[in-house]
Design a protein around this ligand. Structure first.
Ligand code: SF4
Length: 450
């Protein structure tokens, strides 16, 4: 698309989670399809799109700060259209446009496929909000410009969530749970693998609910069976699983299929039944303990990631002590901890018994410190172990940086490999020589080309 014979240029800033990143990549594809040039230099961009997050307060603040920074380019750059997409846009719509005169258009989470319409309106000087109920989900026919390294891609298998945890705004900003057809996901994975992807991370708000809406029954295991047949795919990784729907069939398949990473991402959020009930979570502590024991028994060497919220309204010292005890006894490989964020349009956000900020921070640091010690011990216990490492880059000192099956992209630690003699996208075999809280140091033992 040109103006006065010059190609229009667009810059993108993608905030938040991997699911939002996939939306960014689809919007990039839609712009590229009409020959809008994508630039990394916001200073030369005619159009700047900020794909926002509004999950918790900190994410909202970061989104607003990023929008205001981008607005500077309307004064000191070429920017003539500043567009806000994603969850913050969906959640606050007209209110956001009214409060931020610098912004020319808002595109909601269900309207990413109308991004070009928003660009046309903004360039024509019409400030607009394009945000309906979030019902859309992309499919394999959509143009998508993958921004992650070619050897590793995310694939969104479903959108939205119907679990309605009492603290969470996602059902509000992303709508009801809706799966993509198995054929659509398989086609996309085939295309990505043909383009060089060796690792595919399957994502959704709740991957384990896959198919329940579309097929009337969970079909994640069937989807995985179809995907492991894709020639050239090396690692298939599952992220964002919901404990209630983590079936024995799924456990068996992960254990049996060499291509499926022995990695389980299972946000549990808490471990005291009073708090779990108040969060509207469907699993008790005992349910989680049973599930974790089953997973560990069936999948030797499995790496387990989880997340917890501290400072949920009404959380007492006794509730928090139960959570600490659970973390100490379960010894997870990776743990993310969030201090509860009071979201005004949620059930929990309207509770009167909010926990004081300093107490939240105290509990946050206490749980992080406990987990750091556990991670260090787990790291040390890996010394001598052999791992296959996907190289992601090489440090200045020549040491390769990568991940094994135990580390997901962007959220977990790294495996550093000495004498790797390999570049990004290559797999090497390595033996761990030192373990740290979050990373491992290894030395290459033999090349495993795949
Ligand atoms: S399962 Fe996750 S995305 Fe869904 S409502 Fe609960 S916390 Fe939010």
């Amino acid at each position: 698309m040109t103006e006065g014979g010059n190609a229009l240029k667009a810059g993108f800033i993608s905030l938040g989670c991997a699911k939002n990143l996939v939306d960014t990549e689809v919007m990039l594809g839609l712009l590229a399809r009409r020959r809008i040039e994508i630039t990394d230099d916001p200073g030369e961009a005619d159009i700047i799109i900020v794909n926002t997050c509004s999950f918790i307060d900190a994410a909202k603040e970061e989104s607003i700060a990023t929008i205001l920074q981008a607005a500077d380019y309307k004064r000191n750059g070429n920017c003539r259209a500043l567009i806000v997409a994603g969850c913050l846009g969906q959640r606050y719509r007209q209110e956001l446009l009214d409060e931020l005169p610098e912004v020319d258009a808002i595109v909601g989470t269900g309207a990413w496929d109308r991004i070009n319409e928003a660009i046309d309106a903004a360039l024509a000087g019409r400030r607009t909000v394009i945000a309906g109920d979030s019902e859309a989900i992309y499919d394999h026919d959509m143009p998508r410009l993958v921004t992650t390294p070619p050897y590793s891609s995310y694939v969104k298998i479903a959108e939205g969530c119907s679990n309605c945890c009492s603290y969470c705004v996602i059902p509000l900003v992303r709508g009801k749970f809706r799966s993509r057809p198995i054929e659509s996901v398989v086609s996309e994975v085939e295309r990505l693998v043909a383009g060089g992807a060796k690792e595919i991370s399957l994502i959704a708000q709740d991957t384990t609910s896959y198919g329940r809406d579309l097929y009337g029954t969970p079909r994640l295991a069937d989807l995985l069976r179809a995907l492991v047949k894709v020639e050239g795919l090396v690692w298939l990784r599952l992220l964002y699983c919901y404990p209630r729907y983590f079936s024995d069939e799924l456990i068996g398949l992960i254990a049996a299929e060499p291509k499926i990473c022995k990695y389980v991402d299972l946000p549990l959020q808490h471990a005291h039944d009073d708090i779990l009930a108040a969060m509207n979570r469907r699993d008790s502590r005992a349910d989680s303990e049973r599930l974790l024991a089953k997973i560990r028994a069936a999948i030797p060497g499995v790496a387990i990631r989880t997340t917890f919220i501290v400072g949920f309204p009404g959380e007492t010292d006794e509730h928090f002590a139960a959570l600490r005890d659970f973390v100490a006894s379960q010894r997870f490989d990776h743990v993310g901890v969030f201090a509860y964020s009071q979201e005004d349009d949620t059930v929990a956000g309207r509770r009167a018994d909010q926990v004081a900020e300093d107490v939240k921070q105290e509990r946050y640091h206490a749980l992080m410190a406990l987990q750091a010690k556990i991670s260090e011990e787990i790291g040390a216990a890996h010394v001598g172990r052999e791992l296959t490492v996907l190289v992601e880059g090489v440090e200045e000192d020549g040491v390769a940086r990568g991940r094994s099956y135990r580390e997901a992209p962007d959220v977990d630690g790294r495996v550093y490999v000495e004498n790797a003699a390999a570049g990004p996208g290559e797999f090497v075999r390595a033996r761990v020589v030192q373990g740290f809280a979050y990373d491992l140091l290894a030395e290459r033992i033999e090349e495993e080309k795949k």
